[in-house]
Design a protein around this ligand. Structure first.
Ligand SMILES: [Zn+2]
Length: 454
């Protein structure tokens, strides 16, 4: 049995299919990309060689309009070829499909079917054609959007603060962009979204909500990329306000903060669960003591399950916290200095190299278009694909921890950094670096031993 297969792909909105998982023993595949030249060739070849079977994924691959599809269906049938639309479970032949369908369908409004016809096989085809019609309408809409994207034009809607709408792309607004830049710098310095929002109001009188602030932090536009409604991002479409490195830092800070309990919830104490009594190996819990007629409360760290007859003493929370911060600031840099990250480096270098090679291809496209190797439509599609690939790779790169952990360690080795954080923020950062804190008791005195996670 001779089997041909045909696929049509619109490169604007989809990738070429992989037919290798089909179980058919296909003799020849005709693949069209954007145009239907291979389909013409398939018809001509079929007249000479007459395959027994023609496979397509879906009937709509056979033409841009319903008329094209139905007339091709009847042509295939005339040639005595069995057609199977694999994904739709459809199999021809039907008798004189073309004229029968035309008599039943109003091509503009859809179908007029006699319900008593329910089990008629042609009804199945009609349903299918109706479905195709709907599909094609949505395809045309997607194609329209995709065409706009090829030029990386800004999507409709509100322009992010700090930019103006130019003819083809976002343009930096010289008066408002410094405010955005300053907002990011403040966030990067202190790692607090609320803090950065307050700072903006105080310094510039620019009042934004925390939600807006969070949206700014993740807005691809500030990073020089354009985002579309379906989540697709094209990289380097206009001048950024923050650099890639800053963007990656922002993402890491946000990821850390997101693991924190929201401020409104009863914030767990930063040392809770981290401190262990070196004498009885018991975990400690935070207990709260409020004295009568006084609003001030005192916090203590108390061993939760001390088995000793003379129970281990509870320690004032604030003192342990102070000691912890001092110990972290003293020991963290040297502890980080002993680390190396060969594997992480390899992954990062790999991603960076791929991004660079994609960017190199991008720069070659204008020349290839000029000397006629690529036509302008193909060049646009290639450019578009490269740019979305680059932005996906950049996003991947941004999720990796910084290789310059050494400089991060230095930044968090200043006591003021820790005191500026809320308890819940502190809790998070502690957990980034510390495995446990051991209380070492010498009679009535005590000291702390910090065990880092690396
Ligand atoms: Zn103890």
């Amino acid at each position: 049995m001779k089997i041909f297969a045909y696929t049509y792909t619109d490169p604007l909105i989809e990738n070429s299919p992989d037919l290798s998982h089909w179980e058919w023993d296909i003799d020849r595949v005709y693949e069209d990309l954007g145009k239907r030249s291979q389909l013409q060739k398939l018809i001509i070849d079929s007249q000479r060689e007459e395959p027994d079977l023609l496979l397509v994924r879906r009937l709509e691959e056979l033409g841009d309009t319903l008329q094209d599809i139905t007339s091709l269906l009847s042509k295939i049938e005339e040639m005595g070829i069995i057609l199977i639309a694999v994904e739709q479970g459809y199999k021809s032949p039907f008798t004189d499909v073309d004229s029968w369908v035309k008599s039943q369908i109003d091509f503009q409004t859809g179908l007029q079917i006699d319900p008593s016809n329910k089990n008629h096989p042609q009804l199945e085809l009609l349903k299918l054609l109706h479905e195709i019609q709907k599909q094609q309408r949505s395809r045309r809409i997607r194609q329209g959007h995709a065409r706009k994207r090829l030029n990386a034009a800004p999507p409709p809607g509100k322009i992010p603060y700090g930019y103006r709408r130019g003819k083809e792309k976002y343009i930096i607004d010289r008066t408002t962009s410094p405010v955005v830049k300053d907002f990011f710098e403040n966030f990067l310095l202190y790692g607090s979204l609320r803090g950065a929002v307050r700072y903006l109001a105080k310094k510039y009188g620019k009042k934004i909500s925390v939600t807006t602030g969070r949206r700014w932090l993740t807005n691809p536009v500030y990073r020089g990329d354009t985002a579309y409604r379906d989540g697709e991002i094209i990289s380097d479409t206009h001048t950024p306000i923050i650099s890639r490195e800053e963007a990656a830092q922002v993402d890491r800070l946000l990821r850390r903060n997101s693991r924190l309990a929201p401020r409104s919830a009863s914030a767990p104490r930063s040392l809770a669960g981290l401190v262990i009594c070196g004498e009885c190996q018991s975990h400690t819990i935070v207990t709260r003591v409020t004295q009568r007629y006084q609003t001030k409360e005192y916090l203590y760290l108390r061993p939760a399950s001390c088995k000793r007859t003379k129970k281990c003493r509870a320690l004032p929370y604030q003192e342990v916290l102070e000691n912890t911060i001092n110990a972290v600031c003293r020991d963290l840099p040297s502890s980080v200095g002993e680390m190396d990250f060969p594997q992480l480096d390899a992954v990062k270098n790999n991603l960076t190299a791929t991004i660079e090679s994609q960017q190199k291809i991008l720069t070659q496209i204008p020349e290839l278009t000029e000397n006629g190797v690529l036509d302008s439509e193909t060049a646009k599609i290639r450019t578009y694909k490269l740019r979305t690939e680059i932005s996906a790779l950049q996003a991947k790169l941004a999720t990796l921890p910084p290789v310059n952990l050494l400089s991060v360690a230095q930044a968090v080795s200043i006591p003021q950094f820790w005191w500026d954080l809320s308890e819940s923020e502190r809790r998070f950062y502690f957990r980034e670096f510390i495995r446990e804190i051991k209380i070492v008791r010498v009679q009535e005195e005590w000291d702390l031993e910090i065990i880092f996670i690396f």
